[in-house]
Design a protein around this ligand. Structure first.
Ligand code: 5GP
Ligand code: ZN
Length: 135
């Protein structure tokens, strides 16, 4: 645990939150400033700043916790869909430096966009040039 980390403290239940789902390794709670009805964040209880810092053996439990959380939201709120994702590092909008998955329940006609609306700046390299960097 990182004693100065707000999400570690929420994970330890030192700071109150509205719990959506909890198991041994995962806690899901309502976001304090929701962008959608039922906007929830899911955290691993162990401190990891980003996905790169979460040990591989913790990944399955984390993703299972995300699925269970979505199932609970589906049952309670009956959304028509979800956007699920996380901000990794400041450049991508991460404010709290403890890995957390955002779950945005979506409702027909809610006026929101898709993941594609986060960024539309592909740069000047062609897809072929970018592909070459992976070879
Ligand atoms: P980030 O930009 O780091 O991906 O998002 C952090 C999220 O955590 C924000 O949506 C913010 O509203 C939420 N948040 C920050 N502090 C608290 C808190 O103390 N309690 C709850 N429930 N949510 C928080
Ligand atoms: Zn933490």
């Amino acid at each position: 645990m990182n004693t100065t980390c707000i999400f570690c403290r929420i994970g330890k239940r030192e700071i109150p939150c509205d719990i959506v789902y909890e198991d041994k390794e995962t806690l899901a709670f309502l976001d304090i400033k929701p962008h959608a009805k039922g906007h929830t964040v899911v955290i691993p209880k162990v401190h990891a700043e980003t996905l790169f810092d979460l040990p591989n053996e913790k990944i399955n439990a984390f993703f299972l916790g995300i699925k269970r959380t979505m199932e609970r939201i589906q049952k309670a709120l009956q959304p028509d869909g979800f956007n699920v994702g996380w901000n990794q590092n400041q450049a991508a909008g991460q404010v709290v430096p403890h890995l957390h998955m955002h779950i945005f329940p979506r409702y027909r006609g809610d006026g929101g966009g898709s993941m594609h609306s986060i960024i539309s700046n592909p740069g000047t390299m062609s897809v072929t040039e970018v592909a070459a960097l992976f070879k």
